[in-house]
Ligand binder design. Structure first.
Ligand SMILES: *Cc1c(COP(=O)(O)O)cnc(C)c1O
Length: 447
């Protein structure tokens, strides 16, 4: 049985063209699987057979070359393989005392991430479960820092400023920490002048409650990079914490062709990057980077008599739990480390550039097709386009048609025109194995 499991894993790791799964209704799955949790167990053979024959077929392999919806992923084979090794190694990733060797390796990968941002010496970060947790951890650090600098803010409800194009997790995490969000009404590039206007529109009370500004280093919908430089200058002047959410776009910091668009990211107080998006790591692997990790530590380090030993002189070292909200954690940065160490960073640059190139190729094909038109020029690896004459339900049917037939998973999105929303099609390229033929074939399904 265990041999079957390992064989399946190896086949799946090396299969570059896996079958595109399609969700089934819960009732169907229940009928096909029956009750799997029983007092005596159903046996590994039976459970694995259900997984292989039913469950995995009702799940989407996110690295399918024609999966261009949402933000897809394409972990390297070496990273996925090392994910197995990471699990097998069973290392607790919260404290140096227990995880020193593995944390050292994670930190080597982190050092590279930090170097991509150009943040000053001393900047460092930690791997998180994803961009949501990274954004949350950064916002908590920002608010704690704001309150530590001025005791009178202790019971004051804070405000963060973000454009409406910011990722949904920004608003969701603002709820978690109970702060207000002032929204800058732009789905296009969030510019310094818009931040000035937003500030001018605040009452003196509101203004005194602002502690952070969040900008995107690649919006999730359109790949737009905000005016990081201009916004960072205002934050510096006003003493606001400047957070850059580059969960999706952060990988493109390694792409020479677009690196200049991120100018200003080096001034950030914190940055979110998801290696499980455009740095070819398996789920789940996000990262939060801080200009001054000590500020994060003051906000996040947990105290308890059972934890004292971890800060003892004899066990001292980098404790990942001090810099984000999670205590017990897996060594989720290890697969990235192994893959980076094996392939070298140049391979990463090449694979990321390919995603940007695929977006350009798609842009050309769309412009050349009479039934299609670009909504805006491709940005990073995102392409927004319309099928002339189609309504929202046509895009929806198109998505289901392609997914059900096992051909492709491509989903529509919406763009805003004033108070109106238009449904359009969207590609997001991550997988360097996606080909021009794949794109052509998908566009042909829109005839
Ligand atoms: C995907 C994304 C997030 C959320 O990250 P998760 O890893 O899904 O938690 C946050 N911000 C941006 C810009 C994203 O693209």
């Amino acid at each position: 049985m265990s041999l079957d499991v390992i064989k399946f894993a190896i086949n799946r790791i090396t299969d570059t063209n896996p079958k595109l799964g399609f969700p089934r209704k819960e009732s169907e799955l229940a009928e096909l699987c029956g009750e799997t949790i029983t007092p005596d167990g159903i046996s590994g053979e039976k459970a694995f057979a259900l997984f292989r024959d039913v469950l995995i077929k009702a799940s989407v392999p996110i690295n399918h070359p024609r999966h261009l919806a949402f933000v897809p992923a394409s972990p390297t084979r070496s990273a996925v393989m090392f994910d197995l090794v990471t699990s097998a190694a069973n290392v607790h990733g919260a404290f140096w005392l227990e995880g020193a060797g593995c944390i050292f390796a994670e930190n080597q990968a982190m050092k590279w991430l930090v170097s991509l941002t150009g943040m000053p010496k001393g900047a460092f970060g930690v791997f998180t479960s994803g961009g949501t947790e990274a954004n949350l951890s950064a916002m908590v650090a920002a608010r704690e820092n704001w309150r530590a600098a001025d005791e009178s803010k202790r019971s004051v409800r804070g405000i963060v400023i973000a454009a409406i194009s910011a990722h949904s997790s920004v608003r969701a995490m603002a709820k978690v920490i109970d702060v207000d969000v002032v929204s800058v009404q732009t789905e296009d590039r969030f510019e310094a002048a818009q931040l000035e206007a937003a500030l001018a529109g605040l009452t003196p009370d509101e203004r005194s409650r602002v502690f952070a500004v969040i900008a995107s280093g690649g919006t999730t919908n359109a790949g737009i990079i905000d005016d990081l430089d201009g916004i960072s200058r205002i934050c510096r002047r006003e003493n606001f914490w400047f957070h850059v959410d580059a969960a999706y776009g952060g990988g493109a910091l390694a792409a020479i062709s677009v690196r200049h668009l991120f100018k200003g990211i080096e001034n950030a107080d914190s940055v979110t990057i998801d290696p499980h998006k455009w740095l070819f790591s398996p789920y789940d692997c996000g990262a939060v980077l801080y200009r001054d990790p000590e500020q994060a530590k003051r906000a996040h380090a947990q105290e308890g008599s059972y934890l004292d030993i971890f800060s003892d002189e004899g066990a001292k070292g980098f404790n990942p739990s001090d810099y984000q909200i999670q205590l017990t954690r897996r060594m989720r940065g290890l697969p990235l480390w192994f893959s980076l160490a094996m392939h070298g960073t140049n391979r990463y640059t090449k694979a990321i550039e390919r995603g940007i190139e695929l977006a350009k190729i798609a842009g050309r094909l769309i412009t050349g097709a009479p039934h299609l038109g670009l909504v805006r020029e491709p940005s990073l690896s995102c392409v927004l386009f319309r099928r002339f004459g189609w309504k929202a339900e046509d895009y929806r049917n198109w998505t289901y048609r392609n997914h059900k037939s096992g051909f492709a998973l491509v989903a529509p999105t919406k763009v805003r025109h004033g108070s109106e929303f238009e449904t359009v099609a969207r590609f997001c390229f991550i997988n360097p194995d996606t080909t021009e033929e794949d794109i052509k074939a998908i566009l042909e399904t829109m005839l």
